[in-house]
Design a binder for this molecule. Structure first.
Ligand code: PEP
Ligand code: MN
Length: 338
């Protein structure tokens, strides 16, 4: 931590800061310039609240130089974490495609979409049985019936299942059917849920909250890791900005930023980021080029009839064409789409 004293600060105020830092367990390294004093506070306190120093008399500004997350950080683990689910590995050379509907609606729908997904070479089927909807009057998902259907459709085509868990009380039920737990954007900081998922030996796909910083995303991953589950896959799905022409703003810079700071795999979800079918392919191609470890795409055989997110679901033909383009793009990076 670096403490920059105000130009007007007195020697006594600087001494007070140094004393206080000592009481908080830091050793101080003082560099007194002609105009300003800068104090380097040495010590590892990832949980330290820098406001405790910011509010002291004579302090101009305080900067943190170490990251507050530990287990999720690149300095804790240099090499990428590989997360293996059946024959799919996240975080390695393969870029993992994940596709399916927004929600599981009925048997005919999920089997039809699983066939489309599988025949395009995708190995991971997505679809929500418990849906976090903005309106309490909107379709909330089929619940356990939906879990049974996605499991059956995935087993028919030998696919891996990822489906959302909304609350701690649902974890055991969802665990019975899924291969990967999804934590949605709205639940990224549901800390009791994150801690509960930390007790399982099953990967968690953690989506970035739409008003969460990258650091907050990594701190949420830290909750799962610190609770004992090392297998967290991060997901950039767009953040809320002042822009209104897209559902969210796709913050693709999160991909290389996370890869620099963390060993965990990170995938991209252009469907929820842009929210309109015609915009999804361009941003999916950009996500592939950004170096994402996976791409999540919503697809529907009859999007006009979809009970949720139909306008952002790719049509089957569009989806197949996009998958071919993504294969070419990732091959330029020496990777393979799986
Ligand atoms: C989803 O993936 O279906 C979903 C609800 O996404 P998000 O949590 O990113 O809004
Ligand atoms: Mn959706």
């Amino acid at each position: 931590m670096i403490v920059v004293m105000k130009k007007s600060a007195t020697e006594k105020q600087a001494e007070e800061v140094i004393k206080q830092l000592g009481e908080y367990g830091f050793s101080a390294h003082v560099s007194a310039g002609a105009e300003q004093t800068v104090i380097g506070a040495i010590g590892v306190r990832p949980d330290f609240d820098i406001r405790k120093i910011k509010i002291m008399d004579g302090v101009g500004d305080v900067f943190k130089v170490t990251e507050p997350f530990k287990l999720a950080s690149r300095s804790f683990r240099k090499e990428n974490t590989l997360i293996k689910v059946k024959d799919v590995t996240f975080g390695g050379n393969e870029v993992i495609a994940i596709s399916g509907p927004c929600a599981i609606e009925n048997e005919e729908q999920v089997f039809a979409i699983a066939e489309i997904v599988s025949s395009a070479g995708v190995r991971v089927l997505r679809g929500g049985a418990f849906k976090p909807r903005s309106s309490p009057y909107a379709f909330q998902g089929l619940g356990e019936e939906g879990l049974k259907l996605i499991r059956a459709a995935a087993d028919r085509y030998d696919l891996v299942v990822v489906t959302e868990v909304l609350e701690s009380a649902q974890v055991d039920l969802v665990n019975t059917y899924t291969d990967i737990f999804q934590v949605g954007a709205r639940n990224m900081q549901n800390f009791p849920l994150l801690k509960e998922l930390g007790k399982f030996k099953k990967p968690v796909l953690l989506k970035r909250g739409f008003s969460a910083t990258i650091e907050e995303l990594l701190m949420s991953a830290e909750y799962i890791l610190a609770s004992g589950n090392p297998d967290v896959i991060l997901c950039e799905r767009g953040i809320r900005t002042f822009e209104t022409y897209t559902r969210n703003t796709f913050d693709l810079s999160a991909i290389p930023v996370v890869q620099g700071r963390s060993h965990l795999p990170i995938i991209a979800d252009p469907s929820h980021a842009v929210g309109l079918r015609q915009l999804v392919p361009a941003m999916a191609r950009a996500a592939a080029a950004s170096g994402a470890d996976g791409i999540m795409l919503e697809v529907h055989h009859e999007p006009k009839k979809a009970l949720s997110d139909g306008p952002q679901a790719l049509l089957p033909g569009q989806f197949r064409e996009l998958m071919e383009q993504l294969r070419s793009i990732v091959s330029v990076l020496g990777r393979r789409l799986a």
